[in-house]
Design a protein around this ligand. Structure first.
Ligand code: F0G
Length: 458
């Protein structure tokens, strides 16, 4: 069609009201929550960009499939449909449903990772890192140098530094590297894609050392569409064919279906190695459930199976990537630097660049996230030293490489005018950036502290 506007490729069939709050109500909510936005009630948030995980709108086809869910405990028809869809998409033989991504991670690492091991990844997501560290191993981030600098443009900023991977294996020894992971797209590094060329190079290193390669596949469809748009020779391929090519390079994957499964809950672990699969299923029964449901209802398996199919629709992916880029453009116009180019599922505001007066030890990204909520009821999430600061043996903290606020866009949920409103809120905060102050932590948990820490303003 000869028109330029990229529209939502759906019409709205059911609505859910949002709740408006006064500045006084938001201030009281912040105090109660210890300035941790994870402590807010959903009804205290107007536009919730905390995460794109499990927050999307399902399609009428998904809801219809759910009505057809088979709740049989062992051997549910819904499981076999789920298994067919996952096998068809990934080519992986062993399919293990889990209630979400971190359950797949916990089970995989419990089977494969031992104390003293090192697991390389482009950038570990926080649950992935925590599950590896919980096994007594080291989670090592090896994204390319461009991926660490917010303002640098690169078509595949999520790529793994292949030379650094080689060097890591040489340094620690092949027997201490139980698997290599690549996260597509690279969430903690800005939602940035990984190219097929880079996956092939990582695969070649893994082959040479006979180390299995696993994808953290949460946003595989967005990654596939970035490849279609940016990788030479891929423009003519369908997102499905590209996704297949990505999975064909892996020995297994962990998946949170709350992202590109277009579902509100669910995940899976898949691999080719039947021995690893057997051990994983033994653990699955212990905490998740029987291998044909893995902690999910039959109707959840149906929602995921349908979602995995819908997410590869080109009209959907075109709208998805464009609507995220639109928010990024608006934030930049409002005077807030963002990670460039914008990622697939989220826009990352560069708090360090916006608030140079706040040192990393006073959590500038936390301060910016709080201001966005205070000003307009918009909730994002800190991805900086609160989430990734490392406690040193001497008690001091090593700051994270970047101080970002992630505004994650739930799938098929908010309209363009919601995004225009968010941009106005960002502009209002940017206007009084000089008066924004940092925070100190007054209470924290030993791991994944960002979920429950309490802060005091400085
Ligand atoms: N891997 C990546 C890259 C993720 O982004 C997430 C979740 C997980 C694993 C874990 O999956 O939540 O289903 O257990 N990311 C969400 C987020 C929570 O907000 O980015 P889960």
């Amino acid at each position: 069609m000869p028109f330029r506007t990229i529209i939502e490729p759906f019409r709205i069939h059911a609505t859910q009201a949002v709740t408006f709050t006064t500045p006084e109500q938001r201030e009281a909510a912040l105090e109660r929550a210890g300035y941790n936005l994870f402590g807010l009630h959903g009804d205290e948030v107007l536009i919730d960009l905390l995460t794109d995980s499990g927050t999307g709108a399902m399609s009428s086809r998904q809801w219809a499939a759910m009505m057809d869910g088979d709740e049989t405990y062992a051997g549910s028809r819904s499981f076999y449909r789920f298994q067919d869809v996952v096998r068809g998409l990934t080519g992986l033989k062993e399919v293990i449903p889990t209630h979400q991504g971190r359950a797949a991670e916990r089970i995989l690492f419990a089977v494969t990772v031992k104390p003293g091991h090192v697991v390389p990844n482009n950038t570990h997501f926080d649950t992935t890192r925590a599950n590896i560290e919980y096994c007594g191993a080291e989670a090592r981030d090896l994204v390319i140098a461009e991926g660490r600098v917010p303002a640098t443009r690169h078509p595949f900023k999520g790529n793994m530094d292949v030379a650094a991977l080689e060097a890591t294996i040489a340094q620690v020894g092949r027997e201490r590297v139980p698997l290599v992971m690549v996260t597509v797209t690279n969430n903690s590094g800005g939602g940035q894609p990984v190219s097929l060329e880079n996956l092939r190079a990582v695969r070649a290193v893994c082959d040479r050392h006979r180390i299995p390669l696993y994808l953290d596949a949460c946003r595989f469809a967005e990654n596939a569409y970035f490849i279609k748009l940016r990788e030479p020779g891929c423009a003519g391929q369908s997102p499905r064919a590209i996704a297949r090519a990505m999975f064909a390079l892996a020995d297994g994957c962990t998946m949170s279906a709350k992202k590109d499964g277009l579902a509100n809950i669910g995940g899976f672990l898949a691999m080719n190695d039947p021995d690893v699969a057997r051990e994983c299923r033994n653990l699955l029964v212990l905490t998740e459930g029987f291998p044909t449901y893995g902690g999910l209802a039959g109707y959840d398996l149906e929602a995921v199976a349908t979602g995995l199919d819908e997410v590869l629709d080109e009209e959907y992916l075109k709208y998805r990537l464009r609507s995220t880029a639109y928010l990024a453009e608006k934030a930049e116009q409002a005077g807030v630097p963002v990670v460039q180019p914008p990622g697939g599922h989220a826009v990352y505001l560069d708090a360090q660049a916006l608030l140079p007066q706040i040192p990393a030890a006073q959590y500038p990204a936390q301060a910016l996230a709080v201001e966005l909520y205070r000003a307009g009821g918009v909730r994002g999430v800190e991805i900086g030293s609160v989430m990734f600061g490392k406690r040193q043996p001497d008690g001091r903290e090593l700051p994270a490489p970047m101080e970002l606020v992630r505004l994650a866009v739930p799938r098929r949920t908010y309209t363009q005018s919601h995004v225009d409103y968010v941009a106005e809120v960002i502009a209002a905060v940017a206007e009084r950036k000089d008066r924004i102050r940092g925070y100190r932590i007054i209470e924290q948990a030993p791991w994944l502290r960002h979920f429950t820490a309490r802060f005091a303003p400085l």
